[in-house]
Design a protein around this ligand. Sequence first.
Ligand code: LFR
Length: 481
Amino acid sequence: GGAREFAAVDLGATSGRVILGRIGPSELELRHVARFPNEPVTLRDGLHWDVLGLYRSVLAGLAAAVRQRADIASVGIDSWAVDYALMREGRMLGLPYHYRDEHRGLLGPSELHRTFDHAALFARNGLQFLPFNTVYQLAAEPSLDEADALLLIPDLLAFELTGVVAAERTNASTTGLLEARTREWDPVVADAVGARRLLPELIDPGASLGALSGAAGEAVGATMPLVAVGSHDTASAVVAVPATTDDFAYISCGTWGLVGVELEEPVLTDAAREASFTNEGGVDGRVRFLHNVMGLWLLSESIRTWLGPGASAAQQSSALEELLAQAAEVQASMPVFDVDDPRFLAPGDMPARISAWFSERGMPVPASRAELVRSIIESLAQAFAETVRAASTLSGKRVSAIHMVGGGAQNRLLCQATADRAELPVIAGPVEATAIGNLLVQARAAGALSGSLESLRALVAATQAPETYTPRTTRETVRNG
Ligand code: LFR
């Protein structure tokens, strides 16, 4: 069959993009159409996503895509997980909160754990404890009674674009309201937070949601169908891992570092729970058995602190590049901290929090910005390596290589440090794995491709040329281990 054109909307915690993909059985070609910042805003009642600004950027990005290609077969949307809008009669009841809102992160777990502790929840939903999981946010939610539906972020945008209400299953698996084994809504946990009547019908990646319609169709200038993809960004990223064998671990590295393996069945053991592993739903019914490592957030928030309020995205990324170059030159061995300490979750002064972590333990504090950046990189690499080992031990899955996808794949220092500390090759790229996974699932739904995830991955491997980092084994290079 001939190649066809698809559009991916991929919203990350710091930026969003619209990407066109031309896809056929031996073709996968990307064209970047639009990139826009995602800037949260603090109101009196807490930290929120600017979903209206995002929606406006999505419409403008899709309109630009249509101007470039009149023959777009479909559109797919993915974003970060867990956050939601409450709806009443098709109207949003206030702006969605940001999962990094500190107040809700403290209140939610303490509310829900009075009736359901984490072990009881894990036995049902298989999720690691993260204070911002939807189920905890709902336990802290002031306006549930007024709502008649709950829509996760991609489902919210899908509703505004098409008028169709549905819950895409991979993202629903991050809420805590889905049973890990059946992948259906769990009425018991949903009742515990009073959300049962708010949960839409579940749909799977590949299902069509119907054509863009109404004001959305007019703004975009076309009425192609919206197709459900792995709407949880991490689910889409894992689809596009360019693996050619089965024995791999993945690190989807952006704001977060999502580190784990793909399985057929969830692992619901005490050991998995105690190691903070999660069983999220993948495309084609696969299980993403992984742990959330704090990720590049540690770097981006440090840079935001150093540059001060008002620095542009361009200033931040050039500062990052400069600091990484300096960090690569640091000769002294830098101390490693626990990147998963919950104190690093909320926005704020990151360098001060990292320094405090070291001083509290009587450890040397990195003396310059370059040293602190190096310490962050080494600490992330250490956490990545340990998490890959744990994923393999806990699941019994053999791992002989690590695939690093997402923005982290272009961070050479991080890729090499991860290879060194894991003593495994790191295969880096593609950077746009999430958008590619989004596009591939659409292409398969349209019949432009066929086959299992393995054949989709083979296409990525054949067309995107990942780069391999081999572990260095001399004593000098593993000095930090
Ligand atoms: C990554 C991600 C993670 C999820 C976190 C919060 O972008 O989707 O998978 O745990 O954001 O939603």
